[in-house]
Design a binder for this molecule. Structure first.
Ligand code: FAD
Length: 433
């Protein structure tokens, strides 16, 4: 193989990219990973909490060794409407819920792990185009015009990937299926965060601070990040909300939030788009789309990192199988890739929760959502809503099949409905490494 020829070429070193690079290198493949920023993750202040229910999958155990800011053990949800404020405070009797991370630290660590496994890494390099010959994607072209060839190209370039778009797999998006997020990072210092937030993440629901999404505050070591936003339908912006930042201003001005942020300094304010749309075809001859480029994100639940790690790893496995048989056709790549995805129970169940919740919530006003969530036990607000929606609809339509489906889903969810102390034990073991 000459200098610019590789088994696998990977674009993007966020979540999916380093996971794919590490796995591919461990499988003995010659691999190169491109990232446009100088420090991986430096633009991604948003994605911040890793879901423990996914990390118990052996494929993801190594991720527990990365730099964690806070171990999240509690969850508090405020439902504020004009008549009342309801607070649900959940503290599992044992076990960890989530790991709060900083992407600039965590992604950089992950890239180092991929390099240690043998992957070549090129930072500050933007991929501008793909090389296609005889109906196969054969490589990529950098911003300096250099060409790099790969038997398989893995697209891990995230929500706005140019690779998937150039290959014709990422379609033009519809505005109504996008969520526009505003995020703010506030520096408060470790002691104050210990006092005011501790190891608890907070969600807020109140008319005027969001449009059909769930504003949150996630504590890190000495900063907290706040996020809010809304579905980009015709009601997102209007006379009262001339721009999206107004939701964030209202959020930060809620008396309870204002008090918690008192004395803090805003160190970052950013906008992010999330597409809530399925990508019909995630594989092409010589190319696999992973993570957000492949539509593996649940913006509605604010979850996409673990999906990106899983799909990055599966794409590397699919590439290795294709290389073994010297067959890089989309059928061969899809055979391994799609099978591994469909066997992942975590990804399937969370997709289901998101779809049912989205259907139930997009039809309601923000006032109704707050009201409704006050009725839902927050032990698993989204899970309960997903189950109830189907169950009640089944009763209404006298459709036993729908009731049975809801029941089966409840059974399927059992492993994720409670916090498994196994995760904390595993995490403690890995952390010591
Ligand atoms: C506000 C917000 C909050 C979120 N919170 C959470 C959360 O708490 N938990 C969770 O699980 N998920 C969360 N998510 C979702 C999560 O951030 C994404 O799903 C996840 O980052 C997707 O990983 P990825 O590897 O596909 O893409 P990314 O992490 O976006 O990585 C893509 C990488 O590719 C690079 N790149 C792009 N184009 C090129 C190019 N042409 N050449 C070279 N490099 C390129 C980018 O610089 C970037 O580093 C959140 C998202 C948002 C917007």
């Amino acid at each position: 193989m000459s200098n610019n020829e590789y088994d696998v070429v990977i674009v993007g070193a966020g979540c999916a990219g380093p996971a794919a690079a590490k796995k591919a290198a461990e499988l003995g493949l010659k691999v190169i990973l491109f990232e446009k920023s100088q420090v991986p993750g430096e633009k991604n202040v948003s994605g911040t909490c890793l879901n423990g229910a996914a990390l118990i999958d052996p494929d993801l155990h190594y991720l527990m060794e990365g730099p964690v800011e806070r171990e999240i053990r509690e969850m508090r949800t405020y439902h504020i409407n004009k008549d009342r404020t309801t607070v649900f405070h959940e503290i599992p009797s044992e076990g960890l819920l989530l790991l709060s991370i900083r992407r600039d630290h965590y992604d950089a660590w992950h890239v180092e792990e991929a390099a240690k496994a043998g992957a070549e890494v090129r930072l500050s390099t933007t991929i501008l185009d793909i090389i296609e010959e005889d109906g196969y994607v054969k490589g990529v072209i950098t911003d300096t015009g250099e060409k790099f060839y790969g038997k398989v190209v893995i697209d891990a370039a995230g929500v706005n990937s140019i690779v998937g778009r150039k290959a014709g797999l990422i379609p033009k998006r519809k505005g109504s299926n996008m969520i526009l997020y505003v995020t703010v990072c506030v520096e408060l210092g470790e002691e104050i965060i210990d006092e005011r937030f501790g190891d608890c993440i907070e969600y807020y629901l109140s008319p005027g601070i969001q449009h059909k999404t769930w504003p949150w505050i996630f504590p890190k070591k000495d900063t907290v990040t706040l996020g809010t936003g809304g579905y980009m339908d015709e009601h997102l912006l209007n006379d009262e909300f001339p721009n999206i930042n107004k939701y964030m201003e209202n959020y930060m001005n809620l008396p309870i939030v204002k008090k918690k942020l008192e004395g803090g300094k805003i160190v970052a304010w950013g906008l992010h788009l999330e597409y809530d749309e399925k990508i019909e075809q995630r594989v092409k001859n010589g190319l696999i789309l992973t993570g957000e480029a492949g539509g593996f994100v649940i913006p509605f639940l604010g979850e996409g990192m673990v999906e990106a790690y899983f799909t990055g790893i599966y794409a590397a496995q699919a590439a290795a199988k294709a290389i073994e048989t010297n067959d890089f056709s989309k059928e061969k790549l899809a055979e391994t890739y799609e099978t591994l995805i469909s066997e992942n129970l975590f990804m399937q169940t969370f997709r289901h929760i998101a779809a049912v919740n989205k259907e139930a919530i997009l039809t309601k006003t923000d006032e109704e959502i707050t009201q409704m969530m006050q009725q839902v036990i927050m032990g698993g607000g989204f899970i309960s809503n997903a189950v109830h929606t189907n169950w009640m609809k089944g009763v209404e339509d006298q459709d036993m099949e729908r009731i049975q489906d809801a029941y089966d889903f409840l059974e399927l969810m059992q492993p994720y409905a409670q916090v498994d102390p196994y995760f904390e034990n595993l995490y403690n073991e890995r952390k010591r490494k």
